[in-house]
Design a protein around this ligand. Structure first.
Ligand code: SAT
Ligand code: MN
Length: 618
């Protein structure tokens, strides 16, 4: 499709302006077809920038490796450029939007010389769903085009919904590597100087567009696939605030009990807590079933019936490869057997992928690392820091439809009614295995104090230190976190005022990661977590399976059966109130966490902290 065939005048004008600024050699409007997908991959494979994997082992699969400067989201280069600094809040990088645009326009000038500009119309959410939103990404990366094909719904059908004047979020992206005459890419093109990369969000610009995303210099993951964290979380969180809904960093799962009754659960966990594994969990508890709706993002709106309905705005999974095995996530392993893009994993001699903790040693004599070096195949699949075969943030991109445990209603445009929210983190002490909030406000409190222990000594934080990651939204909330807590409180209050308080999802906090005095995990996790899901399921039906305590509703003794290998004493320890631990927790929340939000921290949350403190001291 050609530029002058675009019927949407504002879209056409925006693309024309981008062409004038970035001066590509040609422009292509993406149609979302399989032929286009294949052609984009071929462009890169022919240029030597990608490898087709062995079709006997991984049919339709490809291996790509990025530049070592371009391997993960660049949080320090991610900006929320709201008009007022206070609207970005203490947890975001802020710059003045006009200054940032001036800087970036300077960078964008001529940045696509020698390349094709691709215009990708995409829908986040089933095309035409009331909850879905449309974005259009301009990029010079064919890698971005075929990944967007998997992760979102791309093409002409989206333009049809957009019509002549529909709403879309413009998303500008360039890898920042113009080509001279006859010049060809030899390695992953990007801007290797991190200080020149920008992932910018304009949540309230007053120009032609109210909401905009401008990204420059990176071709990797969330920096470049702008539908995901940029649109579906940072900008969508602002849209949700403005329009009265929720855009959350949550998995959505469908839970079926042995009687065939169904409940949908949405859950937020900080990174490295097994969110994708939980979304695809295989229960050990007989008769129970978990199916996946989404593994990363949930958009939720109240229906006319007062229930909260959720869609997964994505169409694929962009999962972390290392640590994924038949033990940790068999469903993911089965999903990635075909038609999958692998980025920054290892490549075996026989044309397959490999990574640390994949569950078996690397086959063959040698293996190619993500940096392209041939090294002797490791004898085990253990990770050796600094010598990884696969980059720790290496990824698979796979269509969600290929997942064997995807729920049949995962694309239902009206969404699924959510019965429970779950928050959680990796905490060695204090936080019980599962705890239900006493009220909506208390649940918002739980979400707001979500934290997880840092597993690697990265980020200059001591390993074992708790990093608070409210609602697992720390890097993804597009506005002031204090206002975000207030938005959650407001939605709950509105539902209650309308007489729908009993239809609000119940809120839970889980912790699979408690350790004993010897540093050993006390709970087996993985499929055994189904025992906790089952307890939550019954809580949603108000079964008599809990005890009220100062910190919330904890499981009644016997209401969760201990899995094999876990003693009754251990389970009792996991489900009791650690009074001293909670006193320290409260002090930490007051002094180091809530204090940073100033007057934007809703009073209800401070009040609740006081009540909790009093009850613990009683
Ligand atoms: O690179 S993404 O932002 O898409 C994934 C992640 O870092 O969580
Ligand atoms: Mn995520």
């Amino acid at each position: 499709m050609k530029l002058n065939e675009l019927k949407h005048a504002k879209l056409k004008g925006w693309v024309e302006d981008a062409v004038a600024l970035m001066t590509p050699d040609s422009v292509e409007i993406c149609d979302g077809s399989k032929a286009e997908y294949d052609r984009m991959i071929k462009t890169m494979v022919d240029a030597g920038l990608g490898v087709a994997l062995n079709p006997d082992k991984r049919p339709g699969c490809y291996w790509f490796c990025s530049d070592p400067s371009d391997v993960a989201r660049a949080e320090s280069r991610t900006f929320i450029a709201s008009r007022k600094k206070e609207d970005a809040g203490p947890t975001n990088n802020w710059t003045d939007p006009d200054e940032l645009k001036a800087t970036m326009k300077g960078q964008y000038k001529g940045c696509m010389k020698g390349r094709t500009m691709y215009v990708i119309p995409f829908s986040m959410g089933p095309v035409g769903s009331d909850i879905a939103k449309i974005g259009v990404e301009i990029t010079d990366s064919p890698y971005v085009v075929f990944n967007m094909h998997i992760m979102t719904r791309v093409g002409v059908k989206v333009l049809d919904v957009l019509g002549k004047d529909g709403f879309f979020v413009p998303c500008l992206h360039s890898i920042a590597k113009p080509l001279g005459p006859g010049e060809k890419d030899t390695v992953w093109p990007c801007e290797p100087d991190v200080s020149k990369k920008f992932i910018s969000h304009f949540p309230d610009s007053t120009g032609d567009f109210k909401y905009e995303i401008w990204s420059y210099g990176s071709g990797y993951g969330g920096n470049a696939l702008l539908g995901k964290k940029c649109l579906a979380l940072r900008i969508a969180s602002v849209l949700a605030r403005d329009e009265g809904w929720l855009a959350e960093h949550m998995l959505i799962l469908k839970l079926t009990n042995p009687q065939g009754n169904v409940k949908y659960v949405a859950g937020a966990l900080p990174s490295a807590c097994g969110k994708t594994n939980l979304a695809m969990l295989i229960p050990t508890l007989p008769g129970w079933k978990v199916e996946t709706i989404g593994d990363d993002i949930a958009w939720m709106k109240f229906g006319k019936d007062g229930h909260l309905y959720a869609i997964n705005p994505e169409a694929g999974f962009f999962g972390v490869a290392p640590g994924t095995s038949d033990h940790s996530n068999k469903s993911a392993m089965d999903s990635i057997k075909k038609n999958t893009i692998f980025t920054n994993t290892g490549l075996t001699e026989d044309g397959d992928i490999w990574w640390e903790q994949i569950g078996y040693p690397a086959p063959g004599k040698t293996i190619t690392t993500w940096k392209g070096e041939k090294v002797p195949s490791p004898k085990t699949d253990k990770a050796v820091a600094g010598q990884e075969i696969a980059h720790p943030n290496s990824r698979f991109t796979v269509p969600a439809s290929q997942c064997h445990v995807i729920a049949k209603e995962w694309e239902d445009p009206k969404g699924v009614p959510i019965s429970a929210f779950l928050f959680g983190g990796r905490r060695a002490t204090t936080i019980p295995l599962v705890n239900q909030s006493k009220s909506w406000v208390h649940g918002v409190f739980m979400g707001s104090i979500t934290g997880s222990e840092i597993t690697a000594a990265a980020l200059d934080i001591k390993a074992g230190t708790v990093r608070r990651d409210p609602f697992a939204m720390l890097p993804f909330c597009g506005y002031h976190m204090g206002d975000y807590f207030a938005h959650w409180l407001k939605l709950g209050k509105k539902a209650q005022d309308e007489g729908n308080g009993d239809k609000l999802p119940k809120i839970f906090f889980v912790n699979w990661f408690r350790k004993d005095k010897d540093g050993k995990f006390m709970w087996p996790g993985y499929g055994e977590n189904s025992r906790v899901l089952a307890w939550m399921f019954d809580r949603c039906d108000n079964k008599d399976n809990c005890l009220e305590t100062p910190i919330g509703f904890l499981p009644k003794p016997g209401s969760i059966e201990a899995p094999a290998g876990t003693s009754a004493e251990t389970l009792a320890e996991l489900t009791k109130v650690d009074i001293d631990g909670w006193k320290k927790e409260i002090a930490d929340i007051k002094d180091k966490h809530y204090s940073q939000f100033g007057d934007k921290l809703p009073k209800e949350l401070y009040d609740l902290l006081d009540v909790l403190e009093k009850e613990l001291h009683a």
